[in-house]
Design a protein around this ligand. Structure first.
Ligand code: PLP
Length: 402
């Protein structure tokens, strides 16, 4: 799909949606039907996204009108030709990796990535004969060293979960291109409000829709976006065959959440900036990492690569495990909970040693780079769209208990 010549907010409201031809309803219907009455000569095939309405739907695992509307809206926001949707961010990641990689292939992957993706790469992909080099992707020399003639895919996550370290997508894409490797970017933290990885040279963009895009903490979903040929192949292979589709109801919730996505991202960013500055000045806080702060070690890259610094930050205190108990008990607006990108503010403590052991399996040098961002442990904070003053007051009274 060619990007429509409209602004992001207009696309967030209108892209993919037209009044229902049968009823005139201006808001998308939820089509929960699993199957569709078809012409006897309809083939079991997947139409392309433009042609699908003409050829009709057959079975919801292949295609569904509500899911289709969401795919079109996301493609318009990401300025991608095509989008394929999945039942979760992890279903999107696992399907993409199993689609692109086969036994004997070489994958270069960020050493720190969403824990689920990292564990998939450490524990499951090697059993399938896929060779993996985990690399600190803030170290471009290390990336250049790791990419070889037989590298098939380079997997980036920026800012990476949970430490908010950044990767220069354009440079990594140039390095990958030299050997003909494809580049996938998990852009869940950044969102299309901040960064458009395809314009920087990536082939695939991955989103957990569960986070900022859905934005309301009530629907799990995932997406892969990219060029038409690549994405049609992905849809025909792993989406349909492994079957990790999104529920039409969840697609509808995300579709509805997206209408306010740019407005929410501006509020997330503004609140995160205020909370980050507040925490940075707080006597009990040792360190704050937020891409929008000048103190972020890669603030220059953040400014160049992100048009919005998003709502994710981390902070460190003297005794994290004790503070986790105190904050969980005393915070009244923040929820002590995993996940992120919701309208509500969330925070969760992540102990460095246990995370390195369970999820990341880093070399000594990589662990040192991780600790440079995370110390002994971080509170990963997802700043919601409440009033920033109330968030700071809530943190003040809870930190006073330490
Ligand atoms: C949450 C998350 C995922 C996984 O998404 P699910 O929808 O929970 O499966 C992947 N990548 C990042 C960066 C995430 O934050």
């Amino acid at each position: 799909m060619k990007p429509p010549p409209t602004g992001l907010q207009t696309r967030a409201v209108h892209a993919g949606e037209t009044p229902d031809p049968a009823t005139g309803a201006t808001t998308p219907n939820i089509v929960m039907s699993t199957t569709y009455a078809v012409d006897p000569d309809v083939q079991f095939s997947i139409g392309d996204q433009e042609g699908e309405a003409k050829t009709g739907y057959v079975y919801t695992r292949w295609g569904n009108p509500t899911i289709q509307q969401l795919a079109k809206k996301l493609a318009a926001l990401e300025e991608a030709e095509r989008c394929v949707l999945f039942g979760s961010g992890m279903a999107a990641i696992s399907s993409l990796l199993l689609h692109v990689l086969e036994s004997g292939d070489h994958l270069v992957m960020s050493d720190v990535a969403y824990a689920g993706a990292s564990e998939l790469a450490n524990e499951i992909l090697p059993k399938m004969g896929i060779r993996i080099s985990r690399v600190d992707m803030s170290d471009l020399a290390a990336v250049a060293n790791a990419i070889h003639a037989d590298t098939k895919l380079v997997y980036v996550e920026t800012p990476c979960n949970p430490i908010c370290r950044l990767t220069d997508i354009a440079v990594v894409a140039q390095l990958a291109r030299k050997v003909g490797a494809k580049v996938a970017v998990d852009s869940t933290f950044a969102t299309p409000m901040a960064t458009l990885p395809i314009q920087l040279g990536a082939d695939f963009v991955i989103h957990s829709l569960t986070k900022f895009l859905g934005g309301h903490g009530d629907a799990i979903g995932g997406a892969v976006l990219g060029g038409k040929a690549d994405l049609l192949a992905l849809q025909q292979s792993t989406l349909v065959r492994m079957g990790g589709i999104i529920s039409p109801f969840n697609a509808w919730l995300v579709l509805r959440g997206l209408a306010t996505f740019p407005l929410r991202m501006r509020a997330h960013e503004e609140n995160a900036r205020q909370v980050a500055q507040f925490l940075e000045a707080h006597p009990k806080v040792k360190r704050v990492i937020y891409p929008g702060l000048t103190s972020h070690p890669q603030h220059a890259l953040a400014k160049a690569q992100m048009c919005n610094f998003s709502g994710m930050l981390t902070f460190q205190v003297e005794d994290g495990p004790v503070a986790a108990k105190v904050l969980a008990q005393h915070l009244s607006i923040f929820h002590y909970a995993v996940s992120l990108g919701h309208h509500k503010s969330l925070l969760f403590y992540m102990d460095t040693d246990s995370l390195l052991q369970s999820s990341f399996w880093l070399t000594e040098q990589q662990a040192a780079s991780y600790r440079a961002f995370a110390g002994k442990g971080i509170f990963r904070v997802s700043i919601g769209i409440e009033d920033a003053g109330d968030l700071c007051d809530d943190l003040t009274q809870a930190l006073d208990q330490l």
